[in-house]
Design a binder for this molecule. Sequence first.
Ligand code: SAH
Length: 239
Amino acid sequence: MVRLFVQGPLQAEVAVAPTLDQSRYLTQVMRLKLGDSLLVFNGVDGEWRCVIAEILKKGVVLRPEEQVRPQAAGPDLLLLIAVVKKSALEFAVEKATELGARRIGLVVTHRTQVQHVRMDRLDAIAIEAAEQTGRLDVPMIDEPVKLADLLDGFEAGRRLMFCDETGGAPAMEALAAAGGGPWAVLIGPEGGFSPEERARLRALPCTTAVSLGPRILRADTAAIAALTLWQAAVGDWDR
Ligand code: SAH
């Protein structure tokens, strides 16, 4: 069944108006007709089966019929990724959404080359991936922040999986030893972290410095590998 993310409340008897683009997608791409059902979620009210109640020039109107799943959240997993070139960043956002990152933060490091980021485009990619993957929320994507500022304000109680291309502990064992709870996974830019950044990261008590193996991975590949290892070691893959 088609899944759609909407802004705004989902409750019985309260009509939902998707955007014009979404309406066109439903009627022209997916060829849904009056009375057809689809699944709708908004990140707050769980998943609802809705029917197409009206098809108007200005868009379709959906009528929520029944809640089919209550709202549920995955583990508290934050991906912090250096701003890398557009295709790699977009790929990482899509895959991180599929792999269950709850939130994604963009980081500017000493060796970050790329300056401009299309946040609206990344949001759209995250929404599409969430629709496709069946999750009930869409990861929030935070605007780029300097690594130093991010570490100054780093949330107490959150652990940091620092993916260090110069070497670290084998990831599975190190994660399992550190245990569950809120985590952030940090991935550097194409040029890697500077020695000063590495020193500061390694000195933090919340840091677990890990290796992703003997090969240097591109940032997007490293993000997928790290999130996979995290999910397998302390995430929700056993549920
Ligand atoms: N240019 C750097 C590599 C950067 S790869 C160099 O040649 O050393 C981009 C990011 O992916 C790294 O900063 C790191 O966070 C992650 N990464 C890539 N390969 C890794 C590995 N084998 N172990 C841990 N992290 C890795």
